[in-house]
Design a protein around this ligand. Structure first.
Ligand code: KET
Length: 449
């Protein structure tokens, strides 16, 4: 083992580096770092990286890697949450194409760096979209919004800010949740705990467990909430339940951190899907919101999103923003211009905005019709079990209840790819592929139970 290696894990080392970074007000001096001399050239097999072990594939994006390697013409990717057309093709929205054309035709546009906080117009419009056009918090300048690298980057920037400036370092995330959440927040420097969320017996919300766990969380703890279309379960609280969650959280000074990756995808309506967040903002309290345009505008690869922090006063919001800049500047300096310009072009023009809502609703409706078709196909096959959760669940995913072995069987025998927790991306399904999936589920349930 080389002298600079320790037995600690990469996560420990990352956190130690973070602690050292935060503890030193001045930049780390060159002389404080240990530099060892290792040969970087020479005979093969002598790599300074020979100790590096092969990492496992990502549990979600790795499904696409496996799918791409499968030569079968029957193969079907229901892993990643990415919308496909009835023909199984990725979709670029018409309104996005139109906005891009306008941007290309505008010769006055340049490729200069954006400010550290990103495109000002995009930030303003994003806050309006999530909090509502008439939001008092926006009117009172109590919201700061910074453009980040899609939903993931927004969560990470928020997490790092909280690790530096908030008195409580514990964040509670639902059990289960999107697989990247625990990694993002641990690497931000927070300590991650879970609260009960899903009841496998009812395939619905474990509301009592949720309230008990948040009720016994330490005062001030951060709580990650999926704004709508919970991933992976497709189970959301009702508005009445949200109100009870809000009251409990405010009474215990728990800090809400909303992840909004599916606004418009749950109900087909942008305002309806923002209701949970707006309830928390309406009470005048503080909260964090990470917004993504990956799904609702189909801008997956453009990496466009925003972090908003709602504060008690305009003065606090302005100071929070100044510190968010210190998080992003050494992380990615400033965000990319293209995706944010597309979003701003669409959001600021009434006609384009309306066109977007129609296209968004069509995507949401197609997913809902896939739920119905899959449910009917399983009923027609007499597949054992109650499959009504397929039509009750909300958003991009169905949490089928299929176990790891059944999923592996469906991949092996039917070339159907999905995450091993039994989550299916309904957005990847079409009328043509429903029978194949229903056959596979039927065989898995009858032969592998
Ligand atoms: N939050 C949630 C709840 C979420 O499902 C995703 C992506 C993100 C944030 C991040 O999205 P971004 O592309 O950074 O804006 N989920 C899908 C893709 C992925 O895993 O990266 C998925 O669950 O399939």
């Amino acid at each position: 083992m080389r002298p600079e290696m320790t037995s600690s894990s990469p996560t420990d080392r990352r956190l130690n580096a973070l602690v050292r970074h935060l503890a030193t007000a001045s930049p780390v001096m060159e002389s404080q770092t240990t530099v060892t001399f290792s040969p970087t050239a020479g005979s093969p097999g002598n790599s300074v990286f020979s100790h590096v072990v092969q990492a496992p594939e990502d549990p979600i994006l790795g499904v696409t890697v496996a799918y791409n390697k499968d030569p079968s013409p029957l193969k079907l990717n229901l892993g990643v949450g990415a919308y496909r057309t009835e023909e199984g093709k990725p979709l670029v929205l018409n309104v996005v194409r139109k906005a891009e054309q306008m941007l290309v035709n505008d010769r006055s546009r340049v490729k200069e760096y954006l400010p550290i906080v990103g495109l000002a117009e995009f930030n303003k419009l994003s806050a309006k979209l999530i909090f509502g056009a008439d939001s008092p918090a926006i009117r009172e300048n109590r919201v700061t919004t910074v453009q980040c690298l899609s939903g993931t980057g927004s969560l990470r920037v928020g997490g790092e800010f909280l690790a530096r400036h908030y008195h409580q370092r514990t964040i509670y995330i639902p059990q289960p949740t999107w697989g990247n959440h625990p990694k993002i927040f641990t690497l931000s420097g927070l300590s991650v705990k879970t609260y009960r969320y899903y009841d496998p017996a009812t395939r619905g919300l474990n509301f009592q467990g949720l309230m008990e766990d948040l009720g016994s969380a330490p005062s001030g703890a951060i709580v990650l909430l999926h704004a709508c279309a919970h991933n992976p379960t497709g189970v959301d609280p009702t508005l009445q339940q949200w109100e009870q969650i809000r009251q409990l959280m405010r009474s215990k000074a728990l800090l809400p951190f909303f992840d909004s990756a599916y606004q418009g995808f749950a109900s087909g309506n942008l305002d309806t899907d923002a209701q949970s967040i707006r309830m928390f903002v309406a009470d005048g309290g503080e909260c964090f919101v990470a917004q993504s345009y990956a799904k609702n505008m189909g801008l997956y690869g453009e990496r466009v999103g925003a972090l908003s922090v709602v504060c008690r006063t305009a003065d606090v919001a302005s100071r929070v923003e100044s510190q968010l800049k210190l998080v992003t500047r050494p992380m990615f300096s400033n965000p990319p211009i293209h995706g944010a310009s597309i979003v701003a072009t669409i959001l600021k023009d009434r006609n384009m905005y309306n066109e977007w809502t129609i296209e968004l609703k069509a995507m949401a409706d197609r997913i809902i019709s896939m739920r119905k078709e899959l449910f009917d196909a399983l009923r027609a096959r007499g597949t054992p079990g109650d499959w009504s959760h397929i039509i009750k669940q909300i958003g991009m995913f169905t949490f089928t209840g299929l176990n790891k072995e059944q999923v592996a069987f469906m991949t092996r025998e039917y070339h159907i790819y999905m995450t091993s927790d039994g989550r299916i991306s309904m957005a990847g399904l079409s009328s043509k592929t429903v029978p194949h999936l229903a056959d596979a589920i039927h065989a898995a349930v009858t032969r592998m139970s």
